[in-house]
Design a protein around this ligand. Structure first.
Ligand SMILES: C[S@@+](CC[C@H](N)C(=O)[O-])C[C@H]1O[C@@H](n2cnc3c(N)ncnc32)[C@H](O)[C@@H]1O
Length: 305
């Protein structure tokens, strides 16, 4: 009898399983398993929180009270299973939750599209200030739209604009269509299947924004397992990562209006781009929230060179 009551007292001291403790448990698992972060989060806690809150069907905006909530054993098991799938399959977390965030907006994602993570979000949220005058931007092209995140964020940030969003992948365009509908932008964001500019004969824009594939062959081979779940067509760009950017640099001038801007993310391929085009006067943009490898050129600079 005495033993049983001792056990009971001990049991009483075990703190209840709360959302916070469950996230901490998940974060420890992710750290120990050395998964790679880079698809929307950059640390174990945020990644565990995203998966746990998804499994528990809880919002990300619940505040401190949310983290104190008790979790049933069944729900804890569901969250644990999601964390274990993340580890065993090395799946990027957004492919498990089906949701990714970009420029403060949520997007449906799956393995048909790259997980949105471009530093361009910061620039779009600012309405491209100070580089573009929002009053004068009417037509925008998002080249290689994937989930549609850049096109949709542009349309939201600049309400007076119309956006063409193109991609060579029909599968990616299906996901983009879901997102365009969700954000109720079907009248302002037009989706087109196109190999670079091929379906855009005669169309011109004030702004061309692109996050094209730019990973070179060697870098591609060395990427963490998580990236192998993303479409190869979204990453691979030939031996040096320059195949897509070369087409963009050659053809963008024919699709830019006078005073128009070309803004392209090339990430780690920045050095190769500088070497390949030593005479182009790239302006490499800085980002307060991190990331880089984004250049800006005017139509006039492209024509002159
Ligand atoms: C790096 S992903 C960017 C996706 C999205 N814009 C984002 O930032 O998350 C590159 C996209 O370009 C598309 N793409 C690849 N080659 C292309 C081409 N030749 N013409 C048009 N789009 C292409 C891929 O299908 C992919 O969706």
């Amino acid at each position: 009898m005495a033993g049983a009551s001792k056990l009971k007292r001990r049991a009483g001291r075990i703190p209840p399983l709360t959302v916070r403790r469950l996230i901490a448990r998940g974060a420890r698992r992710l750290r120990r398993a050395r998964v790679h972060f880079g698809h929307g989060t950059d640390n174990a806690w945020d990644e565990a929180a995203s998966l746990t809150l998804h499994a528990l069907k809880l919002p990300h905006t619940g505040g401190a009270a949310l983290y104190r909530r008790r979790v049933s054993a069944a729900n804890a098991a569901r969250a644990g299973e999601l964390i274990e799938r993340r580890i065993a399959e090395r799946l990027p977390a957004p492919y498990l939750t089906g949701i990714s965030w970009f420029a403060g907006l949520s997007f449906a994602v799956d393995a048909r599209v790259l997980v949105p993570r471009s530093p361009l979000a910061e620039l779009i949220e600012r309405g491209f200030a100070p580089w573009a005058d929002p009053e004068r931007v009417r037509r925008i092209l998002d080249l290689g739209t994937g989930s549609g995140c850049i096109a949709i964020a542009c349309a939201k940030a600049l309400p007076g604009t119309k956006v063409d969003a193109v991609d060579i992948s029909a599968a990616a365009l299906e996901v983009a269509r879901i997102n365009v509908r969700r954000h109720r932008l079907a009248r302002r964001v037009r989706l087109l299947k196109s190999d670079h500019f091929s379906a855009l004969q005669g169309r011109t824009y004030d702004l061309i924004v692109a996050n094209p594939p730019y990973v070179g062959a060697r870098e591609l081979r060395g990427l963490p397992a998580e990236y192998r779940h993303e479409p190869r067509v979204a990453l691979a760009a030939g031996a040096r990562g320059l195949d897509s950017v070369a087409v963009i640099l050659r053809e963008a001038q024919h699709h830019l209006r006078s005073g128009g801007l070309l803004i392209v993310e090339v990430g780690n391929t920045e050095a190769a781009v500088r070497r390949a085009y030593p005479r182009l006067p790239f302006l490499w943009l800085q980002f307060a929230r991190g990331g880089g490898g984004v250049f800006l050129l005017t139509r006039e600079q492209l024509v002159a060179h």
